[in-house]
Design a protein around this ligand. Structure first.
Ligand code: SF4
Length: 418
């Protein structure tokens, strides 16, 4: 049977960064503890529901709000198997370490966390305590550190709570504690950032030799202070935003420099040393099943997709009250049509460097890729935006470098008519 991935959302940060539109905010310790308690309850309730279904002889639907998808249910497991867990946010490490421990304990008691499972925790420099380091070293197999830049001027502009030396202290402490799989996030396209600035960040980080690097271009999201600053015309002079051409050069610099240091790009924004790709994030691009816990967390199971309420004021009372709470949490429940699944298969699959396999497409949908997308594939190939290669298991389609440069436009071609 197909193991699940679990995403656990911790919506707390010590301070809001100026570019951030994630579901996160500062909160007091009491709220954080209540939230952790509610999370534990949600994990236990959902774990029970999934595991109970595994014992049912007729493999009946799991619950009114969740139906069994493509994966068949194995009768040999007492608890539903899980092979990736991701504590994300927000800043998971804003929570007291004992809360994080109780959340992971609930995961292990409610699901069958398989040996060798990838357990990731996002960490921000400046949120480190000895207890937290103990938690990360003992319970977590992969740490994702939010750095964004090695230049303190840029970190300050972004509203980050840490400087570069804070990051370095955190990185060294993690390594000294035995962390063997560390990812570092960087950003490019920042106000006032030059190509040399970004290359400086890249080279400084790769010299530390983390196993994984993510590089995201800045997006000015509505509702953020950066969006307002842009609207007021404040990003001018030495704070000008890089134009499209400079951003492209920065992206190519990431490919080049990370490639020189032995990192392989495996998704548009993600690079890893061999064997250190994020298994949890690959699950999203491969559309494999996942359950999200906590406010705003999304789930995909079979043909169903849903999200939890985004409101803390709704989440806490529901989870701390009624045992029949789960279905009251779900929002935007959607049963995906075959058309929507095919589109997603292409949008998400083409983000990965390995691309989309004709054989996988046919086995998922019972129709040949060429039958559904033949015209689009041929057109984009002729324009040099897609390429096809033969492997032992058949043909794979992927974006060319030119295709990556304008990936949003290319991926939009895979929308199907009604
Ligand atoms: S630390 Fe991350 S989640 Fe928190 S405010 Fe900054 S960017 Fe947003």
């Amino acid at each position: 049977m197909e193991p699940l991935g679990l995403y656990i959302h911790i919506p707390f940060c010590l301070r809001k960064c100026k570019y951030c539109d994630f579901l996160s905010a500062p909160a007091g310790e009491e709220t954080m503890r209540q939230y952790a308690e509610a999370l534990v309850r949600e994990i236990r309730l959902r774990g029970e529901k999934f595991s109970a279904n595994m014992d049912s002889a007729d493999r009946a639907p799991l619950a009114a709000d969740i139906s069994v998808g493509r994966g068949s249910i194995c009768q040999n497991h007492k608890k539903y198997p899980v092979d990736t867990v991701f504590l994300g946010g927000g800043t998971p490490t804003a929570l007291p370490a004992d809360c994080l421990l109780s959340i992971l304990r609930a995961v292990r008691e409610s699901f069958d966390v398989l040996p060798g499972a990838e357990i990731t925790c996002e960490v921000n420099p400046g949120t480190f305590s000895p207890e937290l380091l103990g938690f990360l070293a003992g319970e977590i197999s992969r740490v994702s550190l939010g750095l964004q830049s090695v230049h303190d001027r840029e970190l300050q502009l972004l509203g980050r709570i840490h400087n570069y030396l804070d990051f370095l202290d955190s990185y060294k402490a993690l390594r000294a504690a035995g962390a063997a799989n560390v990812s570092v996030d960087l950003m490019f396209g920042l106000p006032g950032q030059t190509l040399a600035d970004f290359e400086g960040s890249l080279r400084t980080v790769v010299e530390l030799s983390p196993e994984h690097v993510s590089c995201y271009g800045l997006i000015l999201e509505e509702g953020t202070p950066f969006f307002v600053m842009e609207e007021k015309g404040l990003f001018t002079g030495n704070l000008s935003l890089p134009d499209e051409e400079l951003e492209r050069q920065m992206y190519r610099a990431a490919n080049r420099i990370l490639g020189e240091y032995g990192y392989q790009r495996y998704e548009i924004s993600n690079y890893a040393k061999p064997g250190f790709e994020s298994r949890h994030n690959l699950r999203y691009w491969q559309r494999r099943p996942y359950l999200g816990f906590g406010i705003g967390a999304a789930s995909l199971y079979g043909k169903r997709r849903w999200s939890n309420t985004r409101e803390l004021d709704e989440y806490l009372p529901i989870l701390l009250g009624d045992a029949e709470a789960l279905s009251a949490l779900s929002r935007d429940v959607e049963v995906l049509s075959v058309k929507a699944e095919m589109e997603e298969c292409m949008f998400l699959g083409l983000r990965m460097d390995r691309g989309v396999s004709e054989k996988t497409f046919a086995s998922l949908f019972g129709r040949e890729l060429s039958e559904v997308y033949g015209d689009v594939l041929r057109k984009l190939e002729a324009q040099g935006l897609l390429s096809v290669r033969m492997e032992a298991d058949g043909s794979w389609w992927s974006l060319t470098e030119r295709g990556v440069d304008i990936s949003n436009r290319v991926l939009a071609e895979f929308l199907l008519d009604e």
